[in-house]
Design a protein around this ligand. Structure first.
Ligand SMILES: C[S@@+](CC[C@H](N)C(=O)[O-])C[C@H]1O[C@@H](n2cnc3c(N)ncnc32)[C@H](O)[C@@H]1O
Length: 471
């Protein structure tokens, strides 16, 4: 997971936009207006916004998963404490430092210009780990070549003093002794074998050992907490985003290189990556770029609550998939490939509201919710209109789904809403004609379960006591 929530700088204009019902929270959040720098409660509000989100993200994170959160000095200390609470102190991996700008900005009156942000990293559990940093063999390190291949050379002498002194290691190789006051690092037997294999060269009288590129291994080491310069900067992120989106602006993008670096540290080639503060969609871009570079099949889920989810977030992803003519990187110019599905959240189903009759969902919204819960099928609410008087709303290959429902509390407690024998017979007959079973959702029934089973009907009662709502 990677998230980049508002930093709470006091001038972002972010709004606390959750429906909060607990009196404690309500007291904190007296108003839902934008948070400003003068607001003494701004840290409380930010934490109230973050806490449930981090809780949920932790639940969604796999046991071997890790989460990175971008943050700066405004909230990093609070975020660390919050994450210690949600993820456990023992799961803290690092506060990676990312250099976001090259030079300090001279703001009048400020003592310090912050040039770094943090990428706070926690794991879900001890079964998660970051990939080791791999330092690859670089071809330019092998400037020489012969019939066997490309090689570099290394001196094989040591100072011959103190406990390092070894008289037996001062023999001839290629007709040369070690230089004054030195000895070889290898013994005579080894040296003779290497000599036979033509593995030494004399460089102006200094004997060196050849090391071929195929003998050097990639080296692995722990990830430094200071991220490399190759992670880009805020400035480079802005510039490359303009090349992708030209006239469509987005103010706070992260560089693709930064997120790609975090993904390289934390993912396998088939990882699933979630970003629930998607903004301009950099995370999807980084996933696709990395897949293109290493042949991976990582997938992404991006979530964005603002109006621009389609016009900016998804649009950026569409463009990088297809290819960006103005891009400098040839892979991006050509198009990164891949695909995604764009979904909008429907009306929320509020169980509380259903129980007290205050917020009854529409027929189609409830039908979509029930169908998904019961069968895993996702159908847009608009596709689920009521057909006929018995509330048939969807037919799969072998099941008819019915919903006995009107969004009126009075109706739900009336006999009209009940599954009775007459209705059950009609439903059963229609289903049998087409060789199907039937599932009926409704607030209540006037017919026994055994009789229904005999008719091939499964009855599912709508949320507890809903039929008494409004009484
Ligand atoms: C800093 S931006 C993320 C930028 C992104 N990493 C990129 O590279 O483009 C934060 C995003 O979080 C979204 N967001 C989600 N929930 C939010 C909330 N409760 N308050 C403010 N912003 C929220 C905003 O709409 C915004 O797009």
């Amino acid at each position: 997971m990677y998230i980049d929530p508002p930093y709470n700088t006091g001038n972002e204009g972010w709004a606390y936009n959750d429906r909060v019902n607990s009196p404690l929270m309500k007291a904190w959040l007296k108003e839902n207006g934008p948070v400003d720098g003068e607001d003494l409660e701004r840290h409380d509000k930010w934490l109230c916004m973050m806490w449930p989100r981090l809780q949920l993200l932790r639940e969604l994170l796999s046991d071997d998963g890790v989460i990175f959160v971008s943050i700066d000095d405004n909230e990093q200390h609070h975020l660390r404490m919050l994450m210690d609470e949600v993820f456990g102190e023992e799961n803290f991996l690092s506060a990676f430092h990312w250099r976001k700008k090259g030079t300090s900005t001279n703001v009048r009156g400020a003592d310090v210009s912050s040039v770094t942000d943090y990428q706070i990293c926690y794991r879900k559990s001890a079964s998660a780990s970051l990939n080791q940093r791999v330092t690859r063999k670089e071809t330019r390190k092998y400037p020489n070549s012969d019939a066997e291949g490309c090689y570099r050379t290394t001196i094989i002498e040591k100072k011959n003093i103190g406990s390092y002194a070894r008289g037996t290691m001062q023999f001839q190789i290629l007709g040369h002794y070690p230089r004054e006051g030195r000895r070889w690092q290898i013994g005579q037997n080894t040296a003779r074998k290497l000599e036979q294999r033509n593995r030494f060269v004399s460089d102006n009288g200094v004997v060196k050992l050849k090391i071929y590129d195929f003998e050097d291994k990639d080296t692995r080491s722990a990830n430094p907490s200071l991220l490399p310069e190759s992670c880009g900067s805020s400035d480079s992120a802005n510039k490359s985003l303009i090349r992708i989106l030209n006239d469509i602006g987005f103010e706070t993008p992260k560089p693709v290189e930064l997120i790609a670096h975090l993904l390289r540290m934390a993912t396998d080639k088939d990882a699933l990556v979630l970003d629930s503060f998607a903004g301009s969609g950099t995370t999807a871009h980084a996933v696709l770029a990395l897949n293109k570079a290493d042949g991976g099949s990582r997938r992404f889920i991006l979530v964005e609550c603002e109006e621009y989810a389609d016009a900016i977030t998804a649009e950026r992803v569409r463009r990088v998939i297809r290819g960006v003519p103005a891009a400098r990187d040839p892979a991006l110019k050509e198009g990164l490939g891949g695909s995604f599905t764009y979904c909008e959240l429907g009306q929320p189903i509020q169980v509380d509201g259903m129980l007290n009759g205050e917020a009854l969902p529409t027929f189609s919204t409830l039908a979509a919710h029930l169908l998904h819960t019961a069968s895993g099928v996702s159908a847009g609410a608009e596709a689920l209109e009521r057909r006929g008087r018995d509330g048939l709303f969807y037919s799969s290959a072998n099941v008819d789904y019915h919903l006995l429902y009107e969004p009126r509390a009075g109706w739900l407690s009336s006999p009209d809403a009940m599954l009775n024998e007459e209705r059950a017979k009609r439903i059963s007959a229609a289903a049998k004609k087409r060789g199907r079973k039937a599932v009926v959702f409704g607030p209540g029934k006037y017919i026994g379960q055994r009789q229904l089973s005999g008719m091939g009907i499964v009855f599912c009662q709508l949320p507890y006591e809903m039929h008494r709502a409004g009484q």
